[in-house]
Design a protein around this ligand. Structure first.
Ligand code: AMP
Ligand code: ZN
Length: 490
């Protein structure tokens, strides 16, 4: 079992809270616990790398809380009923269930391929329709919502604080919302949003006090978060496009049923853009996660996102993922060679002795600095820079290998592993290791065996040629009484 950080080690986490646009000290609702809700996908298509950004960002944040010793409960909803799902089902002449199941599975597969931890709960909207009807009914009864021709709308004029979360003013909303002429006519205010929609023939529907229909999108998260995390919980998160209208509308509903507290911290990641435009299915400028994970290691995709602070936009260019792949590869090569060298080492130091010797080398500073970065509103790029600096220091200690440096190297190795618990950029599983381990190591060790043979047969010219070839591959060798040792100088 991993030891949680001490109070002194973990320090204080500051979070930029979109609710008041300020960095605030993180004080959990319940001591040592973090309850977080991230708005999940509408399952009508494969996810693109814009959608992957919140998945990875909030995965690291969640793992960081766990690293600090918090018990995290994470809920991410699945919107499995929506106009777009219905549209896709009609286009494919199939059921909305079939569409939702297909893309829910694809979503979970993509999350796994990106190395994100499964949420504790992934509630589906269709499993909570009864609770949504109750909430809408409460709003109708207290006069903040009204029925009109089988629809139910939230009346924004009844909520004096409406708009305060996003900083929007009602007049600009009125212009923005004039889409459907019929709906425009039956709404009291153009900013009113839909809580319940009447079903068209053939559409999935549920019985309600307003006739057969289905809930609007903004109600599900209010209901599911309350049900699974309680009335007041710690973090509610998503992309910046959710600030308005989705989160403004969630907050308005919670406030008007007597829950003004709702989520304490609201966190929003900036966009992934492509040629200065937000990557979006509706624009058609998307790069699918499904395609990207076939070409690049998940660690490289994670590094690509985490190199930029989550509140800054990212401009997508495949070249940036390629360079993240090279950085991950260099980390992996180093990591692999370090592990191999440590195994071969004849050092007899115990863990206690390692700790004692290494403590004097100030390697801990890299960990402290990484934690300091993470505590500053999750500055992942800073934490990653600390990992790579630590790697450089250890590389210098490793080349050439000497058992005198064993303690520092072992300690540094453990520090890297420790920081990787939340950043997850060192390839460790079999799939991520294939490129280097199976191809290069085999090749290197094959050449070394051939050279040993040459040396045994006193074929010095051939042996020197192999040494030169290995040098060209970035491999340095040393002949010792226990055989030939090698390491990479890349
Ligand atoms: P959607 O399926 O559009 O509801 O999006 C799911 C999640 O991805 C939400 O948190 C969105 O805010 C986020 N998202 C969508 N597009 C982008 C993008 N281009 N960049 C960053 N986040 C995005
Ligand atoms: Zn939501």
């Amino acid at each position: 079992m991993r030891r949680a950080l001490t109070e002194q080690e973990k320090g204080t986490i500051y979070i930029y809270n979109s609710r008041n646009r300020k960095k605030e000290k993180f004080i959990p609702v319940q001591e040592n616990k973090v309850a977080m809700y991230t708005c999940g996908p509408t399952v009508y298509n494969y996810i693109h790398i814009g959608n992957a950004r919140p998945l990875i960002v909030f995965d690291v944040i969640k793992k960081y809380f766990e690293y600090c010793g918090y018990e995290v409960k994470h809920v991410q909803n699945i919107t499995d009923i929506d106009d777009r799902i219905i549209g896709k089902a009609i286009a494919e002449k199939t059921s909305t269930n079939e569409i939702a199941n297909r893309y829910t599975k694809a979503f979970f597969d993509d999350c796994k391929a990106l190395g994100t931890k499964k949420p504790d709960f992934s509630p589906k909207a269709t499993d909570y329709v009864g609770e949504m009807i109750s909430l809408i009914n409460e709003l109708v009864k207290n006069d903040t919502a009204y029925e009109a021709e089988g629809n139910v709308f939230f009346d924004v004029s009844k909520d004096s604080q409406y708009g305060s979360f996003s900083g929007k003013d009602l007049n600009s909303m009125e212009l923005g919302n004039r889409v459907d002429e019929k709906i425009t006519k039956i709404k009291r205010n153009q900013g009113d949003f839909s809580l319940w929609k009447p079903a068209k023939p053939g559409e999935p529907s549920w019985d309600s006090p307003w006739g057969k229909g289905r809930p609007g999108w903004h109600t599900e998260c209010v209901v599911m978060s309350a049900k699974l995390l309680g009335g007041e919980f710690d973090i509610h998160a998503g992309g910046v496009d959710l600030i308005f209208p989705h989160h403004e509308n969630e907050i308005a509903q919670a406030r008007c049923v007597g829950n003004p507290k709702f989520a304490k911290y609201w966190m929003h990641n900036e966009f992934v853009n492509i040629k200065d435009k937000k990557m979006a299915k509706s624009v058609g400028n998307v790069v699918l996660v499904n395609d990207l994970v076939k070409k690049y290691r998940k660690e490289a995709i994670r590094l690509f996102f985490l190199q930029t602070h989550y509140r800054k936009p990212i401009s997508y260019d495949e070249k940036h993922i390629e360079s993240a792949e090279s950085a991950v590869e260099s980390m992996y090569r180093f990591w692999f060679l370090l592990k191999k060298a440590m195994k071969r080492s004849t050092s007899k130091l115990s863990d206690k002795e390692v700790l004692k010797i290494a403590k004097n080398q100030h390697l801990d500073q890299y960990k402290k600095d990484a934690i300091r970065c993470m505590n500053e509103d999750f500055n992942t790029s800073g934490a990653i820079a600390e990992m790579f600096s630590l790697k450089s220091v250890l590389e210098q200690l490793m080349e050439p290998w000497s058992d005198d440096n064993y303690a520092e190297l072992k300690y540094g190795h453990d520090l890297l592993l420790d920081l990787d618990k939340f950043l997850c950029i060192i390839p460790k599983d079999e799939k991520s290791q294939i490129p280097f381990e199976s191809l290069e190591i085999k090749k290197i060790e094959g050449l070394i065996a051939e050279r040993t043979n040459n040396r045994n047969n006193k074929e010095w010219g051939k042996a020197d040629k192999i040494r030169a070839k290995l040098m060209g591959m970035g491999v340095v060798i040393e002949d010792t009484k226990d055989g030939t040792r090698w390491w990479s100088n890349k």
